[in-house]
Design a protein. Structure first.
Length: 461
């Protein structure tokens, strides 16, 4: 079959893998949003504690969360190779990573309040946020476990298992919020702490569901055979996974610093407009990230199957679809920025709409670069090229983006539009760096998997 005749079937496979990932990531956003909306009637202190606590918790979780992404790279390459018996071990390594993350976090829990004391929160906000984070951090292990097992299933070509776990978590979170925030069905009214407890219990429920699914699938693969776990393989998970976790963690840290140190001094109206724009941009980001993750599964399977040359065609196809999506959304931002901003009914009225509309229109410029960067960056992760991606992101985010943004926006008084242009430049440089790395072919020399499959293994076709 020629490459041209394979493209329609490959596109169908890409979209089949992508849509559950998009829905799964969207439900994760709803959990934090539901906490905020249902706590809002309790007052500004409760709302500030919940939103900021959720952001802080997610930022801390991003290191093990991002590390768990590498499970997909291993499972997809082993699936492409046909070595399902070895692939199942990496699901177990993902669970081990989740357990290790929970142990480390539990040791740090007594210091949460002290760490938050570094920032100038109002006493009521500090107390409520401490309660929220202590409870929420108790579910880091299940959170990482869902991500690890979800990526394991994705590598096998099944992205719907994690989607179902995420939907279950979202529904349970909303119901449990109603119970514990306001005190229904005989439960005490716990307020902010109740929102944290609801989210933690919902996360645990989602983890329980996906763990049962994993147990059933691995038994189907091995028929009860011993796991034969290997410390060297778990160390390889950490070797390739930790750079990916640091990649995401340091980027979020840089962007948080950008918002607080560069954007916030421009005033509340500009900061509010930036937050609205980031929320609107999630509409374009989530589907593109789903496409990039689906493309990474296919790239990993191609590499594991001994056909790395196919990876280039998969990346081009994925990038084309992602560009078409984000480019279309970007044009909408440019054509209708005012109505999109006005839909959020900003309290500052016309001034917020005026500033926000100009910023949103300019944000349309980074959509195509974002689509390229996401697609190629995830493909490099699938190949195990995580260390290079980490160093590139650290260089661009901390050495170029942050100093340039501070200089242009703060020292040279560039204002809100200059802040958006700095983000455009950041996304552009990342895209250029990822594309150069992929075209160099250096990722072909990386050996993510050490051992060839055992020819006597009945699970190997």
């Amino acid at each position: 079959m020629s490459p041209s005749t394979q493209e329609p079937s490959r596109l169908r496979e890409l979209l089949r893998l992508a849509w559950p990932i998009v829905l799964s990531r969207s439900t994760q956003s709803v959990v934090g949003l539901a906490d905020a909306l249902m706590v809002a009637p309790l007052g500004e202190d409760a709302l500030a504690a919940t939103i900021t606590g959720a952001i802080n918790t997610f930022s801390l979780a991003m290191l093990p969360f991002g590390t768990a992404f590498i499970v997909q790279s291993f499972s997809s390459q082993l699936t492409g190779r046909g070595d399902l018996a070895s692939a199942r071990r990496y699901g177990a390594y993902g669970l081990l990573l989740a357990a290790l993350s929970q142990v480390i976090v539990m040791l740090a829990l007594p210091f949460v309040g002290t760490a938050l004391g570094v920032f100038r929160y109002a006493p009521a906000v500090h107390a409520a946020m401490t309660d929220y984070m202590v409870i929420r951090l108790c579910s880091i292990g299940p959170l990482v476990g869902v991500e690890a097992l979800g990526n394991w299933f994705s590598g096998l070509g099944n992205t719907q298992v994690q989607m179902r776990a995420s939907v279950l978590t979202m529904v349970a979170n909303v119901a449990l919020n109603w119970v514990f925030i306001y005190g229904h069905l005989g439960a005490p009214a716990m307020g902010v702490a109740g929102a944290a407890l609801a989210s933690s219990l919902a996360t645990g429920l989602g983890f329980l569901w996906i763990a049962v699914a994993f147990q059933a699938r691995q038994r189907e693969i091995a028929g009860g055979a011993p796991w034969a776990l290997r410390p060297s393989e778990f160390l390889r998970v950490l070797r390739f996974g930790l750079p990916n976790g640091l990649n995401w963690f340091m980027e979020i840290s840089a962007f948080t610093l950008f918002l607080n140190a560069v954007v916030a001094p421009l005033g509340t109206t500009v900061l509010a407009a930036m937050m609205v724009i980031l929320q609107i941009n999630s509409i374009s980001f989530m589907p593109a990230f789903g496409l990039a993750s689906a493309g990474a599964v296919l790239v990993g399977q191609a590499i594991g199957g001994g056909t790395p040359g196919v990876a280039g065609r998969i990346v081009r196809l994925t990038a084309t679809v992602a560009i078409a999506w984000q480019g279309t959304v970007g044009l909408a931002y440019i054509a209708f920025p005012g109505p999109l901003i006005a839909a959020f009914e900003p309290p500052s009225g016309a001034e917020m709409i005026r500033i926000g509309a100009a910023m949103l229109a300019l944000s349309g410029a980074w959509q195509v670069f974002d689509a390229i960067g996401l697609t190629v960056g995830e493909a490099l992760r699938a190949a195990g090229d995580t260390a290079w991606c980490m160093w590139l992101r650290l260089l661009v985010a901390w050495i170029l983006f942050l100093p340039a943004a501070w200089l242009v926006v703060d020292r040279l008084h560039g204002g809100a539009l200059a802040a958006i242009l700095c983000i455009v430049g950041y996304v552009f440089l990342l895209a250029i760096g990822f594309v150069w790395r992929f075209r160099s072919g250096a990722w072909r020399r990386i050996r993510l998997i050490e051992h060839a499959p055992d020819a006597g293994d009945p699970t190997v076709p």
